[in-house]
Write a protein that binds this ligand. Structure first.
Ligand code: SF4
Length: 278
């Protein structure tokens, strides 16, 4: 019987090992091993959220992964990289759109592998379930905007800021201290899109009351998008602006901004090469 998943390609950087994972129906997703102990896996083939800066969602959604496929990604990488200590559902796909993801978290927990996730936040009912009930090891909400106009451009099929922050304001204070510490917001800075001072101030005004950490991400360009990173100077200025408004902000790690590190990059590059465009 054919293996449920196969590692068909690998690229190693200074901090990461990136794998193309082929599924039994021929579709491909990506898994990334950070610093040898943290594995980022994919929850869907493609993605319906359509963020314009992301290679993973460039061709829309094909299908969510089944529980067996989620588990098989972990087993396949573990076979070539023992020493795995934690997992994150932050690769290709929106984990809240993957029905098997909560059971996957339980499966991984049994193996002693705590699992975090990154989500655009919708559907809101699913977000509430994950935040209150699923034993995750961290949930990072991709916000990337302070105004609704920019949010609609950056995360086209995600919930509006009003709905997202309305839910967070209702849920976060009701969580235990330990679970509250595991909630964070993400703001990916793109030149000319969401890096203006007014946009950052509007984001800070919404985020401040939640008291959670903010991950301020530098952008890693992908071959399917014209989106551009900000300069290092602008990145540091944005960090200073948000922290001066009372937010606790963390900047991107070197592992995240390694070359070709953008989510979905390997698959996008292979697709372009196959069409003679890469
Ligand atoms: S950034 Fe995440 S939610 Fe947005 S299209 Fe890419 S995989 Fe989907």
């Amino acid at each position: 019987m054919a293996a449920l998943v196969q590692l068909v390609h690998e690229e190693a950087g200074r901090f990461n090992r990136r794998f193309v994972v082929r599924l039994v129906d021929g579709a491909s997703v990506e898994a990334v091993l950070y610093r040898g102990d943290t594995l980022c896996i994919s929850s869907q083939v493609g993605c319906a959220v359509g963020c314009p800066f992301c290679a993973s969602g460039a061709n829309g959604l094909v299908r969510p992964l089944r529980l067996e496929e989620l588990c098989a990604q972990v087993e396949a990488v573990r076979a070539v990289a023992p020493g795995l200590r934690r997992l994150t559902l932050s690769g290709v796909g929106e984990p809240l759109h993957c029905p098997a993801a909560p059971d996957f978290v339980l499966w991984a927990r049994e193996l002693g592998l705590p699992t975090s996730l990154t989500t655009s936040g919708g559907p809101i009912e699913k977000l509430a379930h994950w935040m209150r009930e699923v034993p995750h090891n961290g949930i990072t909400l991709s916000v990337h905007a302070g105004t609704e106009v920019t949010r609609a451009k950056m995360v086209p099929k995600g919930p509006s800021l009003e709905r997202l922050f309305g839910a967070l304001e209702a849920i976060v204070p009701s969580l235990s201290r330990n679970r509250r510490k595991k909630v964070a917001l993400a703001y990916l800075l793109l030149a000319g899109e969401n890096d203006a001072d007014d946009e950052l101030d509007a984001f800070a005004a919404r985020a401040r009351g939640l008291g959670v950490f903010v991950h301020l991400y530098a952008y890693n360009p992908v071959p399917t998008s014209d989106a551009k990173p900000v300069t290092r100077e602008r990145y540091e200025a944005a960090y200073a602006r948000l922290t001066s408004q009372g937010l606790r902000v963390r900047m991107s790690s070197k592992a995240r901004i390694e070359a070709n590190g953008g989510c979905g990059t390997l698959i996008a590059r292979r697709g372009l090469a196959a069409r003679g465009l890469g």
